[in-house]
Design a protein around this ligand. Structure first.
Ligand code: SAM
Ligand code: TMP
Ligand code: ZN
Length: 408
């Protein structure tokens, strides 16, 4: 673990505005009988006074987070499978619609996107350092390098396979503290007219919804259109397009091209103007966010304690990485929430990081509904509520905490 002394992008001073306390690795689900010492770090967020990049104050070593047993499987959500199929088909019909096109994905996980590119017979390569999910991608017919994308590995691919037309990443670029190396790698690998496209949670949505659970070890950066513009320019690129995405609680898809290669879409300037109008980088907006976060914690803990005192049964739904922040910051353990159900086999029959709430398969939930269910996977609310209609029909109530604590 290393305390960050200056902005990882520009070296400027980073001003801390929110401390979420001592936190475990968000994806470190443990066997119930595991008594090895758990790894903790201080989860705090700050903003660079120069380039405005919002970033964590402490960096967790990458090998602790991304390894053979990394439990997140991208294909676990039908909505996300569809989203990535559509995204792949979009590239196949545009940037990749020529002979010998080449697409590289950073963080391809179980191949949720690249399998469509592979099925179309288009040249591709996924970088995926987490061996377990990389093996699933390979089994789905995807070409994978079980390596971290960075300057050296990107340059090696450029030398062996030529330039890429598209470098794509979803929910991965914000995970990478060493973005200088990634941007230099993209510079080495991308063809002259290529695009570097990535989508990540949008800080503007996080502030608007007070979705502080988007802040955890793996989300080292929380991007805005302004901070990504500045990042791009620093490394010889330009932000030429942005698209708002509804997935994962609100994301932006950023398209970077080599400086001068493409005319920026008006959407970029419009989004920057909207961020300025909201004063998204203003210190009082950031401290206001921190105040709202504490209010949500107090409301949620008070509600759970009341339900417990009334003898109600409460479970949680979705052992998300995000929920580690909520549970550990609020102090929600098995005394307040008896278990959390999740479809991911690698998480089931384990306990959650830090607070050690047992993780059960969804059958446990459906087998005997609790009175209340705390929806940790609020970003998949529609999909989950549709498949769990029986819960409400039986009188069960959902508890949400984004944008505020409510029972429905
Ligand atoms: N793209 C998928 C999605 O959107 O569902 C996976 C996202 S998952 C949250 C992040 C993935 O990035 C993990 O599978 C992790 O192993 C991978 N990763 C982390 N650092 C990486 C790097 N430097 N290069 C390539 N992949 C990386
Ligand atoms: P995410 O918010 O990081 O995508 O994680 C979602 C978690 O919720 C993941 O562990 C899978 C789980 N999940 C379910 O248990 N049931 C579902 O229907 C969906 C969509 C996700
Ligand atoms: Zn900076």
């Amino acid at each position: 673990m290393c305390r960050v002394t200056g902005c990882r992008i520009c070296g400027g001073a980073v001003e801390e505005f929110l401390d979420l306390g001592r936190q475990p690795l968000s994806d470190a689900f443990r066997r119930p009988d595991d008594d090895a010492e758990e790894f903790f770090y201080r989860l705090a967020v700050g903003q660079c006074g120069d380039c405005t990049m919002v970033q964590l104050m402490e960096e967790v070593p990458r090998e602790r987070m991304f390894h053979e047993d990394y439990p997140y499987h991208s294909s676990g959500s039908a909505v996300m499978r569809e989203h990535f199929t559509r995204t792949a088909l979009g590239f196949l019909g545009t940037e990749l619609d020529h002979d010998d096109a080449f697409m590289v994905e950073i963080g391809c996980n179980d191949g949720v996107l690249l399998r469509t590119v592979a099925d179309a017979g288009v040249r591709h390569l996924g970088f995926e350092p987490s061996g377990g999910v990389a093996a699933l991608a390979a089994a789905a017919g995807v070409r994978v390098r079980t390596e971290f994308f960075e300057e050296e590995t990107a340059a090696a691919v450029r030398a062996a396979e030529g330039p890429a037309d598209v470098i794509f990443a979803a929910n991965t670029i914000c995970h990478i503290p060493y973005l200088d190396s990634v941007l230099r790698g993209a510079d080495a690998l991308l063809g002259p007219d290529g695009v570097f496209v990535f989508e990540d949670p949008y800080w503007g949505d996080i502030v608007a919804k007070t979705s502080f659970d988007q802040i955890y070890d793996e989300h080292f950066y929380l991007f805005t259109v302004r901070s990504v513009s500045e990042l791009a320019e620093r490394f010889g690129f330009a932000l030429v397009d942005i698209e708002r995405l509804p997935v994962h609680g609100g994301e932006i898809r950023y398209t970077l091209a080599r400086a001068g290669a493409r005319t920026p879409s008006p959407a970029v300037a419009e989004a920057r103007a909207a961020e300025d109008a909201r004063r998204l980088t203003a210190p009082d907006v950031l401290t206001g966010f921190a105040t709202s976060v504490a209010a949500i914690r107090d409301d949620l803990v008070a509600l759970l304690r009341t339900l417990r005192a009334e003898g109600r049964t409460v479970a949680a739904y979705g052992a998300t990485a995000k929920s580690a922040t909520v549970a550990n910051y609020c102090g929600i353990g098995p005394d307040l929430v008896s278990y959390v159900c999740d479809t991911t086999p690698a998480k089931q029959h384990r306990v959650t990081p830090g607070m050690h709430i047992p993780v059960e398969p969804p059958e446990t939930f459906a087998g005997s509904y609790p009175d209340y269910a705390l929806l940790f996977a609020w970003n998949h609310a529609e999909e989950i509520m549709a498949k769990e209609e029986g819960f409400r029909a039986s009188g069960g109530k959902w508890i949400g905490y984004v944008p505020d604590v409510r029972v429905s």
